[in-house]
Design a protein around this ligand. Structure first.
Ligand SMILES: *Cc1c(COP(=O)(O)O)cnc(C)c1O
Length: 337
């Protein structure tokens, strides 16, 4: 039995999800005529109390569209140095928007209002105009760490005072919400745009949504087209998204419980010097006396897949297809390493 913990993107659609996809009503979404895409966009916009949403093939696309909406040449985005938008989107901030980036450091991938305040450029001919602050929740590189609303609100107030837009890379926002019990609408109220992945913990094969105002999402449709993301009978994919919102949100708690146990199993290994606090479904372990490559090879010999996540770090992500049976098996196998 292969235990694949490289990412929560490795899941396959469940029979119920496939059934929903198979029976979806579809039309041409570039003409705005796919009823299932429209239903998904309306459903998730309503859930977050935001005006509109747009369905896209990937979270990279929804983030990059948001950056294009809010920035441009000689404008700047402020984000954490470990942000997905900076590290893992192929240099898209520059390539797609020709914008500048100011990177901040901070504990577990999070930045504070004071750091943001100190990073806003003066209105001066030398400096790019600070146009956007982008936050990530949960924070992948922070070990799935969570921002609470109380940390966000002062950042929102500051941005509003300064005329700066606020975007959330909420690829795993539902993982945060099921842990804190905060409502989607409370989060929707804090951001100009929010990107959410359906293809991570929610278990869809494809898809992300960008939420925002009617005006921004109308513009986003033009940007999506030029990025090559206008899809036709995409309702087959959107149906999976609707199914996931109805069936796969609450169960994220199970992924978190298994991640905590997995973290304890790793902590007990002599080669693990530290496990980042496990807040959601991501477990990052620091190794000592062995390289990530060698340790991953040993795991691979036992049919366990993980990813290198830094010079001395490896990452495991729990997901829908990793159930108690696999967790117990994981414990038995690493005991023999
Ligand atoms: C996965 C992910 C994305 C989007 O990735 P895609 O693979 O393009 O869908 C964005 N942000 C974070 C934090 C992610 O983990």
């Amino acid at each position: 039995m292969l235990i694949d913990l490289r990412s929560d993107t490795v899941t396959r659609p469940t029979p119920g999800m496939k059934e929903a996809m198979f029976s979806a009503a579809v039309g041409d979404d570039v003409f705005g005529e796919d009823p299932t895409v429209n239903a998904l966009e309306e459903k998730i916009a309503r859930l977050f109390g935001m005006e509109a949403a747009i369905f896209c093939p990937s979270g990279t696309m929804t983030n990059q569209i948001a950056i294009r909406l809010h920035t441009g040449p000689q404008r700047e985005v402020i984000c954490h140095e470990h942000s997905h938008i900076y590290l893992y989107e192929g240099g898209g901030i520059m390539a797609n928007s020709m914008a500048s980036v100011k990177l901040l450091s901070g504990n577990l991938g999070k930045i504070t209002v004071n750091q943001v305040a100190a990073s806003i450029n003066p209105d001066d001919v030398h400096a790019p105009d600070t146009a956007l602050v982008s936050l990530e929740n949960t924070m992948n590189k922070g070990g799935g760490s969570i921002y609470t609303l109380d940390e966000i609100k002062p950042i929102r107030r500051l941005c509003q005072e300064k005329g700066i837009k606020l975007h959330l890379d909420g690829a795993r926002l539902f993982n945060a919400l099921v842990e804190t019990g905060e409502s989607p609408a409370a989060w929707g109220a804090q951001f100009d745009t929010i990107s959410i992945c359906l293809s991570k913990g929610l278990g869809c094969p494809i898809g992300s949504v960008l939420l925002g105002s009617k005006v921004d999402i109308k513009r986003a449709r033009k940007v999506r087209k030029v990025f090559g993301g206008g899809m036709r009978q995409a309702g087959f994919l959107a149906a999976a998204g609707i199914y996931a919102l109805d069936n796969h949100v609450d169960r994220l708690k199970e992924d978190h419980a298994r991640a905590r146990t997995l973290g304890q199993m790793l902590e007990a290994l002599p080669v693990v010097s530290e496990v980042f606090p496990v807040a959601t479904n991501i477990v990052i372990a620091r190794l000592e006396g062995i390289s990530p490559e060698s340790f991953m090879n040993k795991l691979a010999e036992k049919d366990i897949k993980s990813v290198k996540f830094g010079a001395d770090l490896i990452r495991f992500v729990t997901h829908h297809d990793f159930v108690d049976e696999e967790l117990e098996e994981f414990g038995r196998r690493i005991g023999k390493i």
